[in-house]
Design a protein around this ligand. Structure first.
Ligand SMILES: Cc1cc2nc3c(=O)[nH]c(=O)nc-3n(C[C@H](O)[C@H](O)[C@H](O)COP(=O)(O)OP(=O)(O)OC[C@H]3O[C@@H](n4cnc5c(N)ncnc54)[C@H](O)[C@@H]3O)c2cc1C
Length: 393
């Protein structure tokens, strides 16, 4: 394990690996401590806004990241009752010129793989598996973590990138369990030939229906389609990745149009999650300890920004540490630069669920009237706060 000058990072997900790479770019050594016996990601898709590509460049993985992506033409919103388009956002030349990068979809495994390869090749990054961080102690110069494998590790700082159920957060913030949203998400990745031919669109497509929605887009050079279907069924308990049969998935979607229901019939090997998030908090720092990614600001996936925000956190954290002599001042600078932006995404993600993805009756009609009236220029203006600038200042 690396020495006491190294920064300890709890968690080797997208956020933890991005943090290690960002620190390495600033010549800061780190040790990633991952709970699982192997480093990896679940086999599903992820959408990446232009802000993710700004991060890839800053992490030194711009080229391999661009190679693994499918560049989609549109974000398309469909009415799952009327079977018609409500609106779309063009992601072509004007979008790319405005935000200086594309919008893309990637396989999570590919994204994690690009980050992991770069970490493995970097001499300033050590990766340890089977190393769950249980808790920490700190003094004026160091932080020591106790690991689930009986060992301990000491570094000059600890970054809690240990996800939704973060042990580091439990100690640093102590705000109890995440909030169970009552929304159940089912995921499946299918070969492209199983996807209904008339829906093989080069778009991230969202079918919005009463208390339910369906998302699909192509992945991995169009070899597969990612299906994510969500049902607001007031599920009371958190669930992560349990296998479930197609018949159960279909149960929440019998009220929507035939074409949208049909997508679910083509799914296979479904897995289920009951989604959680948290209220935004601004206490991400405890002395030499700071939170990052889902540990800091877990959000519903409705703005497709959780991983993008984790990578932005990583770049900002490294900038802040490199530009402050005192570690605590660097962590405080990081926190103050990230809290409001991530809180906005957390709260807007919830609002999107209520007002765009799941309304019914007059509420849905109002959604359609407002959203279909906007021009492309108005959509771009509405997205400027998220994709304009670099998100990293
Ligand atoms: C259905 C769905 C769709 C999504 N779609 C998108 C999207 O399109 N775009 C987007 O940007 N985001 C999306 N997200 C969000 C995104 O997946 C997460 O925000 C992102 O993966 C968070 O990364 P992380 O590294 O912070 O946490 P995690 O991915 O949860 O990684 C945490 C890591 O820490 C490890 N760990 C946990 N506890 C400990 C411990 N105590 N000690 C050591 N290791 C520990 C875990 O094993 C894991 O490897 C989606 C999420 C869901 C649920």
């Amino acid at each position: 394990m690396a020495g006491r000058d190294s920064v300890l990072i709890a968690g080797g997900g997208i956020g933890g690996l991005a943090a290690a790479l960002a620190l390495a770019q600033k010549k800061i050594a780190s040790t990633v401590l991952e709970k699982a016996a192997q480093l990896g990601e679940i086999g599903a898709g992820i959408q990446l806004g232009p802000n993710a590509f700004h991060c890839f460049d800053r992490l030194g993985v711009g080229e391999p990241a661009r190679q693994m992506a499918v560049y989609i033409d549109q974000l398309r919103l469909m009415d799952a009752m009327a079977d018609g388009e409500i609106m779309h956002v063009d992601l072509g030349r004007d979008f790319r010129a405005r935000y200086r990068n594309p919008y893309a979809v990637v396989h999570r495994g590919d994204l994690h793989g690009v980050l992991l390869k770069a970490c493995r090749e970097h001499p300033l990054i050590a990766l340890e598996v089977s190393s769950e961080v249980l808790d920490y102690e700190q003094d004026a110069a160091t932080v020591t973590v106790r690991l689930g494998n009986g060992a301990s590790a000491t570094g000059r700082a600890l970054i809690g990138a240990d996800g939704l159920w973060s042990n580091v957060r439990r100690q640093a913030v102590g705000d109890g369990e995440p909030r169970v949203s009552g929304h159940t998400t089912y995921r499946s990745v299918i070969p492209t030939e199983r996807m209904p031919e008339d829906l093989r669109w080069n778009a991230a497509t969202l079918w919005a229906g009463p208390k339910c929605h369906i998302v699909h887009y192509p992945l991995s050079g169009w070899k597969v389609f990612n299906l994510v279907v969500t049902y607001h069924n007031d599920a009371p308990e958190p669930v992560a990745g349990e296998p479930v049969v197609t018949e159960e998935v279909r149960r929440g979607f019998t009220h929507i149009c035939e074409r949208a229901q049909n997508i679910i019939r083509h799914g296979q090997d479904w897995r289920m999650w009951v989604l959680c998030d948290r209220e935004p908090v601004d206490r991400w720092v405890d002395g030499r300890v700071a939170l990052l990614g889902d540990a800091a600001h877990p959000m519903l996936q409705y703005m497709a920004q959780g991983a993008c925000m984790a990578m932005e956190d990583a770049v900002c954290l490294a900038d802040a540490l490199a530009s402050h002599d005192r570690l605590e001042a660097g962590l405080e600078n990081y926190r103050s630069r990230r809290v409001l932006r991530t809180a906005r995404v957390q709260l807007m993600s919830r609002a999107m669920g209520d007002h765009v993805y799941h309304p019914s009756g007059p509420h849905a009609a109002l959604r359609n009237a407002i959203m279909s009236a906007k021009s492309q220029a108005e959509w771009y203006a509405a997205l400027d706060w998220l994709y304009g600038g670099s998100g990293l200042d």
